[in-house]
Design a binder for this molecule. Structure first.
Ligand code: SAH
Length: 260
């Protein structure tokens, strides 16, 4: 029996197999041989993942969907994880091995999934899948735009982000209220942050929390020296700074704090 969609779990099942195939095909299959699908539901996307030359795992919170998967995807049955992805410790399944993440993600927790990926980025060389269009665009967009924000800067510091294609509500059951967008994130393997990660996150978050203010105002809590504060960059607003400029800024703040 098909699973009846549950709203509180963000269940919008794909009706069109061709879209699921297109999403599965976003995987480059480079740098990993394991893939974790978040929120397989009734397995529309899973079926295409199982055709790929990788080992597919699936994490799902809904018991009814799990029963359905167990029944219809025998070859997957011992690689189905019943858990809340936000609470799950990936090392239980993958140890230290690299794995890719894919999914038609539950939109109600899409931002948290992205933050969880960032936390575990050392073993996640690739991440692709579907979000609300607006969220997918926000992750991939460059500076100088209205939707450029915390997600764009933090993700793009560590990943190359590509917005791939838009998907209309009509291919889902039930149809969501908004368009969806598929993206692919590819980790920058030769990159490491030149300053403390904690400070970098704090600078980016503080800057965008008051996005209409200049950085001089929004970064006051960092007690910057007059010397650094005089730099023209502090007269700018956060959406004017590229990802590279944010990294430079956080490094400058870190050096400034060492001097005090
Ligand atoms: N991939 C399927 C279902 C997408 S809907 C398809 O394309 O048809 C989103 C799925 O995420 C649902 O199956 C839902 O039960 C699951 N889900 C929601 N919250 C979750 C969580 N916290 N952890 C794991 N899975 C979750």
């Amino acid at each position: 029996m098909a699973v009846k969609p549950k709203k509180h779990l963000g269940q919008h099942f794909l009706k069109e197999a061709s879209v699921a195939k297109k999403i599965a095909d976003t995987l480059s299959l480079k740098g990993y041989d394991k893939v974790l699908e978040i929120g397989p539901g009734m397995g529309v996307l899973t079926a295409y993942l199982l055709e790929k030359p990788v080992t597919t795992y699936a994490i799902e919170i809904d018991s009814e969907s799990i029963d359905y998967l167990q029944e219809h995807f025998l070859e997957l049955s011992n690689r189905i994880i019943k858990a809340d992805v936000l609470k799950y410790d990936f090392s239980n399944t993958f140890g230290k091995d690299p794995f890719a993440i894919i999914g038609n993600f539950p939109y109600n927790i899409s931002t948290q999934i992205v933050f969880k990926m960032l936390e575990n980025r050392h073993q996640i060389p690739e991440f692709s899948g579907m979000f609300q269009k607006e969220v997918a665009q926000r992750i991939c967009i460059n500076e100088g735009t209205k939707s450029y924000g915390i997600l764009s800067v933090l993700v793009q510091a560590f990943y190359n982000a590509e917005y791939l294609f838009t998907v209309p509500p009509t291919v889902f059951n039930p149809p969501p209220k908004v368009d969806s967008g598929v993206l692919r994130l590819t980790r920058k393997n030769d990159f490491s942050l030149p300053c403390s990660e904690k400070l970098f996150f704090k600078v980016v978050k503080s800057a965008f929390q008051q996005r209409r203010k200049t950085l001089r105002n929004s970064l006051k809590t960092f007690n910057l020296s007059d010397n650094l504060n005089a730099n023209t960059i502090f007269g700018k607003r956060p959406e004017q700074l590229s990802v590279a400029a944010f990294i430079e800024l956080a490094s400058a703040i870190e050096n400034d704090q060492k001097k005090v």
